[in-house]
Design a protein around this ligand. Structure first.
Ligand code: SF4
Length: 350
């Protein structure tokens, strides 16, 4: 049985099985029936589905494009479809809306937030700017639209170093909100006039040096892929410095960089320090390599809120729609456009 839901979209009885609870939408298996229904609804809405590397495998498999924040922002900016369904977290869908204000941007569950984006508000950033009125503000893309509107350059982990290197070396830089990425950028650029906000992502901060050291000692021949947002990025460099781990076996990489490196590595085993969803893409990119998470519990509950049920509901009823105040969007667009024009990133198209 089908019913009309508006915008010419027909809902099937499969949608009746969706269960809504404070933990998110559930009750739907990612089976053949679900796949066919998602494909049909996507066509009826003239939508494209973008999925972040940390999404559940079923969501990654059905998406039109899978990638890191930067790759997906670039795709969102040039998409031909009327509707962008962003399978990721709130700030990512907001960024897509900033880049494509005339399109409908849907996030399958508006409750999918980000602890890192929540670690600085627009008011806190304004107060920091007032302390350093001549500084250039560089914000990691994990920020709200209001923070982006007060930002000169946005960046992601795949182009943060390039963005900071593109700024006049004599200007002071305010880097926010991630302290671990900030320390990585400071180390690589050697820039002393870079001030770092003390924010962190609870998932990445939980991947700590002790776990890393234990795994590294148990697997002396393995390579180590470390995301610069991880609390262990500093520990991995310490291990190298102490001679516990050869320098050429440690790679500090963005999620896009990890996928590139997976295709090149000659290692049989790779320890991966980032959110566990990344392992799925890495195994697809290099099935011959044994990828193991440094911390198997490092799962982002916000990313995992985009379930098969949430995506089905989203395409059936056209929700949750993301709106950004036009003036804020216009100011934020400047810093986001600068981000997408600097550096590179690797999308995986399906
Ligand atoms: S893994 Fe961390 S930074 Fe990424 S969305 Fe989740 S809370 Fe935010």
């Amino acid at each position: 049985m089908t019913t009309l839901t508006g915008a010419g979209v027909r809902a099937s009885s499969l949608a009746d099985r969706i269960v809504d609870s404070p933990a998110g939408y559930s009750g739907i298996e990612a089976d053949e029936e679900w796949i066919a229904e998602i494909q049909r609804l996507k066509k009826e809405r003239n939508a494209t589905i973008l999925a972040h590397n940390y999404q559940l495998p079923a969501i990654q498999d059905i998406a039109d494009h899978v990638g890191d924040s930067l790759a997906l922002a670039r795709i969102a900016a040039t998409a031909d479809e009327d509707t962008i369904v962003f399978c990721g977290v709130h700030f990512m869908a907001e960024t897509a809306k900033i880049l494509s204000p005339d399109k409908t941007v849907l996030l399958p569950d508006v409750r999918a937030g980000c602890s890192l984006a929540d670690s600085i508000t627009a008011e806190e950033l304004q107060a920091w700017k007032d302390e350093y009125p001549d500084a250039v503000v560089v914000s990691y893309v994990n920020t709200t639209a209001a923070v982006k509107a007060l930002t000169d350059y946005c960046c992601t982990s795949s182009n943060a170093v390039d963005v900071v290197n593109a700024i006049d070396p004599d200007r002071e830089v305010l880097f926010l909100p991630d302290q671990f990425l900030g320390q990585h950028v400071k180390r690589v650029t050697g820039r002393q006039n870079l001030h770092i906000w003390a924010g962190e992502c609870h998932v990445h901060a939980a991947i700590n040096g002790d776990e890393l050291e234990e795994k590294a000692r148990a697997n002396p021949d393995a390579e180590l892929f470390v995301h610069p947002e991880c609390g262990c990025a500093t520990s991995s460099l310490y291990l190298v410095g102490e001679g516990h781990f050869p320098e050429d076996q440690v790679k500090i990489l963005s999620t896009g960089g990890m996928l590139e490196e997976a295709g090149r590595t000659g290692a049989r085993k790779v320890l991966v320090a980032t959110e566990v969803g990344m392992i799925y893409q890495l195994r697809k990119a290099a099935p011959q390599v044994d990828f193991e998470a440094v911390n198997r519990k490092a799962a982002c509950k916000f990313m995992k809120m985009i379930t098969p049920a949430a995506l089905l509901r989203c395409l059936t009823v056209g929700a949750d729609e993301i709106h950004v105040d036009p003036e804020t969007a216009q100011r934020a667009a400047r810093s986001v456009q600068r981000m997408i024009s600097i550096g590179h990133s690797v999308p995986v198209s399906q």
